[in-house]
Design a protein. Sequence first.
Length: 148
Amino acid sequence: MGIFDRFKKKNTNERIPAKGQVDFDSLVERARSGDPEQMTYLYAAFLNLDKWTYLASGNDPEKPKPYIGEVDGQPWIFIFTDSIKANEFDQNQDGRTKVIKMNVDSSLNLIYKLNERGVYGIRVNEGENGWFCSIAELPNIIGYIKNK
C-alpha cells in the first residue's frame, strides 16, 4: 500500500504555493500535524519545482554524481529543494558546496535507475525540516497527486 492510498480525497480551497514562493520549512511543519492533506501539499510543491538540487560527489569533477549516503544501513539519495538547503546540510564545505541541479523528470528517471541498483529511498532537505520516502512509494505519491 502506497503512502497516499489510505488518504481520502476531499475538496479544499487551500492551494499549492506557486513556484518560487514555496516555504518548505512551513510545509514540513504543517505536515507534522498528522493531517494527510498537508503531506499532499508538501509533495505536490516538491514535485512542482523546476529542478531538484543534489550535492555533487565522485572523484571526477567533470562528471559529478548525486550524493548517496547511508542511513540505518540503507543507501539513500539526498535531494534538496535549493542550493541553500544543500549548503546547510553540507556544513563542512565553508559555503562552497558543489551541487548538481536536474529537472524533475530527469531526476525521477535517475532515482528509479538507482533503485534498481539498490538505493532504497530519497531524503529531501535532510535536517530539522527534512522528510523522506522509499523510492518504491514515489509512483503512488505521484499518481495520487496527479489525480487530485
